[in-house]
Design a protein around this ligand. Sequence first.
Ligand SMILES: *[C@@H]1O[C@H](CO)[C@@H](O)[C@H](O)[C@H]1NC(C)=O
Ligand SMILES: *[C@@H]1O[C@H](CO)[C@@H](O)[C@H](O)[C@H]1NC(C)=O
Ligand SMILES: *[C@@H]1O[C@H](CO)[C@@H](O)[C@H](O)[C@H]1NC(C)=O
Length: 181
Amino acid sequence: MKFTPLASVLAVAATTLATPQRPHGWGGDRNQCVSQQRADKVVNEIIAIFGHSPSVDAANTTAHALLADDFQEFSDSVHALERQPLTGSGLTANKTEWIGGIVGRPPITDIESLYISPAGCHKIIWYWQFNRVAAATYRVRGFNLIELNAHGQVDQLVLEFNSIAWGLDDGELPCNFTARA
Ligand SMILES: *[C@@H]1O[C@H](CO)[C@@H](O)[C@H](O)[C@H]1NC(C)=O
Ligand SMILES: *[C@@H]1O[C@H](CO)[C@@H](O)[C@H](O)[C@H]1NC(C)=O
Ligand SMILES: *[C@@H]1O[C@H](CO)[C@@H](O)[C@H](O)[C@H]1NC(C)=O
């Protein structure tokens, strides 16, 4: 299992943000599969976006560059938490709405990457742990399946996670559930 300490993750992200570059292509070859290095970079940028690192403006810029214009996000875990029908429909209407929902809200910091790996040729699997969701009574673990388009931009995010722990942390679930800290 690969463990990336948050400090090094943020250091990498900060370096990336200091020298903005368009993520076009796969190092020149559009048919090349995603590398471990590329997977790490995409995940580190997502973590920086959540954490508004190093600033809200930088996170916004990173998000606009990273996400494809036809970006879509899917999650039954979120739909269940929000008491929405589990129809498989997208979570947010579009890229702009997704970015607004992340950079327009308080930052989420203390995100650990438990495992990052290329998944097939154009996807990345990211196993994560959020340590600071609202009251942070429970740590929250989950997986993202991140799909990249031919330009190396994220066009699809599928995420499934422990939404019971998340809901207990932020009060979305009022019930006395069974999780233990
Ligand atoms: C993010 O950047 C876009 C333009 O690229 C801008 O319209 C929007 O207001 C910015 N959002 C925030 C929260 O700064
Ligand atoms: C994105 O979705 C919002 C609704 O959440 C809508 O107001 C906006 O016009 C959409 N933008 C684009 C570019 O489709
Ligand atoms: C939660 O449930 C446990 C066991 O059923 C009980 O001991 C505890 O008092 C309950 N806590 C609240 C806040 O209802």
